[in-house]
Structures are given as C-alpha cells and as structure tokens.
Design a protein around this ligand. Structure first.
Ligand SMILES: NC(=O)c1ccc[n+]([C@@H]2O[C@H](COP(=O)([O-])OP(=O)(O)OC[C@H]3O[C@@H](n4cnc5c(N)ncnc54)[C@H](O)[C@@H]3O)[C@@H](O)[C@H]2O)c1
Ligand SMILES: CC(C)[C@H](C(=O)O)[C@@H](O)C(=O)O
Ligand SMILES: [Mg+2]
Length: 351
C-alpha cells in the first residue's frame, strides 16, 4: 500500500463540482491498485477572499509545498470580473500559486475523440487525427511584467518580459516532449513584431543544434490560430508564451469537442499541479451540468506524474469507454445525457 498526500484546491463555481468527480474516480483507482490518496482541502480564489481576504492564504501555500501533488479546480467570480477597480482578485491566487511553486510549464494535451467528431463545427476530415500537446510557458511574459496606470489614470500598461533562463527551460521541455511523441516542434510567436518573440526564436535556434532529431518550425500566432482550424492534425508539440498558450488552448478545445474535456499539468518544481483548462463557469455552477472529464483527466495526468502509469492508463481507458458508449453531459450532445455526478459515477464504474 502506498500513500499520497494530495492538496485539493477546488476553488470557485464549478471547480468543487468537477473536482468531486475526479476524486470519486481516483478513489476507485486507489482501491483497485492498492493506494491511499489522502486529500486535504484548502481555499483559493473568491472563496478564500471571502474567508480570509486573501486569494492565496499562507496556510494554503504551505499545504501545497508539503504535498505530493495538487488538484486544482477553478477560480473566478463575476463580482470581480464586473468590477475593474477591485484591488484583490481571485485570479491573483492562481497566478501567485504558479509563481511561488515554480510551475513554469503548463502541458495541455488536445486529442480528438472519434465518437465526438460530429460535435465540432469543423468538418470531420479536418479534425480526425488531432493529437497535439501545447506547452505553455506559465510564470513569465505579459502576465507577470510590470503593469499599472500612469498618473493621468487614462494610460494603462502591461509589460511583456522574458529572460534567457525562462525561455531556455520551456523550449527544452518542448523539444523533449516532441522527442517522446512524433518528433515535431512548432514555436508559435509574434517575432515579426515583438522583441521577446525574437529572443525566443534566437534561443530556440541555438537549442535546435542540440536537438537535431526533432523537426522544428516557426509560426506566427495569427497564422497558428487559423492553422488550428484549417489543418490541426499538422501539429505535434506547440511551444509558446504564457498568453498565446492560454488563448490557443481554449480555441483548440473545439477540436476535442468541448472545453470541459481538456486537462492540464503544471510542472517545473518538485510538486506538480493538475487542473482543467476551463474556468469556474459561474452560470453553470450548482446545477450539476459541468463536464467533469477535464478534471478527471487532470487527475490522470497527476497519476502519470506520480509515476503510476498503469493507474493513469486505467483512468483514461475508463473515460474513453464511457464516451464511446455515447454517455456525457449536455456539452457533448450525447445519446445518453447525464448530470455531472451521474457522469462521474459512470466513469468511476468503468475503471
Ligand atoms: N484556471 C482557472 O481557474 C480559470 C480559467 C479560465 C477562466 N477562469 C475564470 O473563470 C471565470 C469565468 O470565465 P469564462 O466564462 O471566461 O470561462 P469558463 O472556462 O469558466 O467558461 C467558458 C464557457 O465554457 C464552457 N465550459 C467551461 N467549463 C465547462 C465544463 N466543465 N463543462 C461544460 N462546459 C464548460 C461554458 O459554456 C462556459 O460558458 C472568470 O472569473 C475567469 O477569470 C479561471
Ligand atoms: C484565470 C486565468 C488567470 C488563467 C490564465 O490565464 O492562466 C486561466 O485562463 C487558465 O487558463 O488557467
Ligand atoms: Mg485560460
């Protein structure tokens, strides 16, 4: 019997609902493979602001540092989204967590499901064979540069900064991930305009000399947005900056069928964080409507990270089998429509 201490930061909106289903499935995996997952819940985001005034309380951060892995739901609440002058925001909790834990790489796999091909507004022949990984830089760039208002109040700025160290480590990860997959890496940037992008290209060209077995190409982000719709199967691994990765990964969820399907892992230090790419979907909260698959597959990425490979595969097979039966939440337009909890039950039963 092995023991794992998991910090659970389920957050706001649909976060707690989808994480509950991920834990349901993890518990079945634990029983089957003789592991114990010990969960400790801690507040983050809007709930943490309500309880403590701080979107990332010190106790939550300490717990994360002492855990074997973190499961993260989602944060965000309309009362902050609709108040541009709010000084404290739920999103700051997530950004600080990534920064403090050194989680500089966010891996977002996007795979098409044959059963769901008709869901996409794109033609089936365009999305068949989609299987890519977006490697998103997560602790630098425009999210973390200097920002503010000039004294006149009518000028605002966000600064995009990247250092050699920040670029090198994420691009190296891109090469390594590509080598472990189909051997193709695309750097997506805006090097025709941005100086940071030109540094990314320069460093990537240098690193290419040590990674000649990987086919490298460069693509401007505006073209990449179009290519993702036109011919997404061309991509294997995309490596890109923080904000471009955020936007392109939400867009690519349409290739899989729903934003509610895409998981992610955030890595870079000893403890990894595993989170769906979607947000707190406030309008869907408390209604048993959210698709739990993104959270469940994020738990699967956690199992991989804990080197529980067989367990991770069992989890993914349970998801695939359930989707293949035509079962799902409303976003999947399934033949058998279920709520969040009942869908989670079916996946757990399929393990
Ligand atoms: N990592 C995070 O915690 C994270 C990510 C994105 C947005 N947010 C926050 O979430 C809040 C809402 O943002 P938003 O509306 O732009 O994005 P969102 O991802 O919460 O929702 C966008 C749309 O995607 C669909 N969707 C999202 N998750 C789904 C699921 N599990 N099942 C089915 N459909 C799903 C819904 O149709 C929803 O209207 C904001 O406060 C934002 O800052 C947080
Ligand atoms: C909520 C927000 C800060 C976050 C981001 O932009 O990184 C989210 O969109 C995500 O993709 O995890
Ligand atoms: Mg996002």
């Amino acid at each position: 019997m092995s023991n794992f201490n998991i910090a659970v930061l389920d957050g706001d909106g649909i976060g707690p609902e989808v994480i509950a289903e991920a834990i349901k499935v993890l518990d079945v995996i634990g029983e089957k493979f003789n592991h114990r997952f010990n969960y400790t819940y801690a507040p983050v985001g809007a709930v943490a602001i309500d309880q403590t005034g701080n979107p990332l309380p010190d106790e939550t951060l300490q717990l994360c540092k002492q855990s074997d892995a973190l499961l993260f739901g989602a944060i965000g609440h309309p009362r902050f989204d609709n108040d541009p002058s709010a000084k404290v925001r739920p999103e700051q909790g997530l950004l600080k967590l990534r920064k403090e834990l050194g989680l500089y790489a966010n891996l977002r796999p996007v795979a098409g499901y044959d059963e769901l091909v008709d869901l996409s507004p794109l033609r089936p022949e365009r999305i068949r064979g989609v299987d890519m990984l977006i490697v998103r830089e997560l602790t630098g760039g425009i999210y973390f540069g200097e920002k503010g208002r000039k004294d006149d109040g009518n000028t605002a700025y966000d600064t995009c900064t990247y250092t050699r160290l920040e670029i090198e480590r994420i691009v190296r990860m891109g090469f390594n991930e590509a080598r472990a997959r189909r051997g193709k890496l695309t750097l997506v940037d805006k090097a025709n305009v941005m100086e940071t992008s030109r540094l990314w290209r320069e460093i990537t060209r240098e690193l290419a000399k040590e990674n000649e077995d990987v086919e490298l190409n460069f693509m401007f982000v505006d073209n990449a947005a179009m290519q993702l719709i036109l011919n997404p199967a061309q991509f294997d691994v995309i490596v890109t900056s923080n904000m471009f990765g955020d936007i392109l990964s939400d867009a690519s969820s349409v290739l899989a069928g729903s934003l509610g399907l895409l998981p992610s892992s955030s890595v870079g230090s000893t403890v990894g964080m595993f989170e769906p790419i979607h947000g707190s979907w406030p309008e869907g909260a408390g209604q048993d409507r959210a698709n739990p698959v993104a959270a469940i597959l994020s738990a699967g990425m956690m199992l991989d990270h804990l080197e529980l490979r067989e367990e991770a595969n069992a989890l993914r097979m349970a998801v695939n089998r359930t989707l293949a039966q035509g079962v799902g939440t409303e976003d999947l337009r399934p033949t058998e429509q279920l709520g969040t909890r009942a869908f989670g039950d079916r996946i757990a039963a399929a393990v």
